[in-house]
Design a binder for this molecule. Structure first.
Ligand SMILES: O=C(O)CCC(=O)C(=O)O
Ligand SMILES: [Fe+2]
Length: 403
């Protein structure tokens, strides 16, 4: 039985026994004291700011790239998070992405539900992932998140579509098509243009990460490959680029009304805009509106650092697959959103998740295992398997029909 089958079996048993929580699948640690650590009021310099332009400019010197790569190495070891500038995406485009999202969320629920996300395998034809999710539909760490959202995913390859699901047909999880709203009319065009740009930035980031790990240029390593299969696994600075060359990316458009519950320091926070979690894949490029004090990043001492927006910069973090590839040298860092604005202060954010190929096999790199001095943290599995467990756990309130 594969890892994913075993996980799902355990999950189904738990649901059948009346449980409604999914600790096997949930990325949020149960230990309460992690949550109760205070929010850092001051921090030396906040998160580092890194200019990625040397990895987007084909003419940039090796020296310039090395400087950027070293900064990325330090940021990934110390925080798993940094601000990214020099990405070349025009401010006008960034502003439009936010304002169109805001316009969509201001529409009546009936209009938004025209592209509702439905569970996979059901008569509505949903794929369990793509589409609009109303307030409270998304769940993190056993609590409903105070947010609404649309998830867009990379197209599922036509040739790989599986028919039926053992229960009389229907779309399988993740195998549907992105659902685009009719209103605002320009949203689809602007977002498709944005996706093309932000994918290039994601590629530059994973290239820089391969260089940062000092994995050597292709063909220079002692394990130089002789077959195509070996080329894909070869540990050189292109390894992440190759494994993301058909990235199964996700773009999430999120709307956050302000939380209604007041919070008293020292008392458990009972409501989150987005509960503490790590991201699933390689690199998240987060673009938000200008609302301060919402996103918080967990530091190594357990305290939470606010990561307020810097105009024109992305907040970037690494996900679980980079942590696994680096055997934990770089951490996929916990983060959460607590948006306590005044009434009417509605926050919008649009994270873009630049992920590995669905079938990419992700296992700790030999070089990183050696450097970490630890045993391999994972035996290896595909990114797709990891993603499926996460998608199931995000909507565990929903009734599954595709198993
Ligand atoms: O809205 C934000 O600031 C962060 C959202 C986030 O972390 C996520 O969707 O994974
Ligand atoms: Fe996240």
């Amino acid at each position: 039985m594969s890892e994913v089958e075993a996980t799902l079996k355990a999950y189904r048993t738990r649901l059948a026994n009346g449980g409604n929580s999914s600790p096997f699948l949930n990325p949020t640690p149960a230990t309460h004291n992690r949550y109760n650590k205070p929010i850092a009021t001051a921090h030396d310099q906040g998160l580092p700011i890194i200019d990625i332009s040397a990895f987007l400019d084909p003419e940039a010197s090796g020296e310039a790239r090395k400087v950027t790569a070293q900064a990325i190495y330090a940021a990934c070891v110390n925080y798993g998070f940094f601000y990214l500038t020099g990405h070349g995406i025009p401010l006008d485009m960034l502003d439009e992405v936010i304002s169109l999202a805001r316009e969509f969320f201001a529409l009546p629920l009936e209009e938004k539900n025209k592209i509702k996300r439905y569970d996979a395998g059901g008569p509505e034809g949903g794929d369990g992932a793509r589409g609009y999710q109303g307030l409270g539909e998304n769940v993190t760490g056993g609590l409903q998140d105070m947010q609404e959202a649309i998830d867009f995913y990379a197209p599922w390859p036509q040739g790989k579509k599986e028919s039926g699901n053992g229960k009389g047909g229907g779309v399988k999880t993740l195998q549907g098509e992105s659902l685009w709203p009719e209103r605002p009319r320009e949203l689809r065009d602007v977002y498709e243009g944005y996706i093309e740009r932000v994918k290039e930035v994601g590629k530059a980031c994973v290239h820089a990460m391969g260089v940062a790990l000092d994995l050597g240029v292709p063909g220079s390593t002692s394990s130089s490959p002789s077959t195509t299969e070996e080329t894909n696994d070869a540990e050189d600075d292109q390894i992440f680029v190759r494994n993301c060359d058909d990235s199964f990316w996700v773009m999430r458009m999120i709307g956050y009304p302000p939380l209604t519950t007041p919070h008293t320091p020292g008392i458990d926070i009972s409501q989150y805009s987005c509960g503490a979690h790590t991201d699933y894949g390689c690199v998240t490029l987060l673009h938000t509106d200008s609302t301060p004090g919402a996103l918080q990043v967990q530091l190594k001492d357990g305290t939470w650092l606010p990561a307020d927006p810097i105009r024109g910069a992305f907040v970037v973090n690494i996900g679980d697959m980079i942590e696994r590839w680096t055997n934990g040298l770089w951490k996929s860092t916990l983060h959460r959103v607590i948006h306590r604005g005044r009434e009417g202060e509605y926050r919008v954010s649009v994270p873009f998740f630049y992920e590995p190929n669905f079938d990419a096999v992700v296992q700790p790199l030999r070089t990183c295992v050696q450097r970490s001095g630890r045993a391999e943290m994972h035996a290896g599995s595909t990114y797709g398997e990891h993603l499926l467990t996460k998608v199931f756990s995000n909507f565990y309130y929903s009734k599954r029909t595709d198993w």
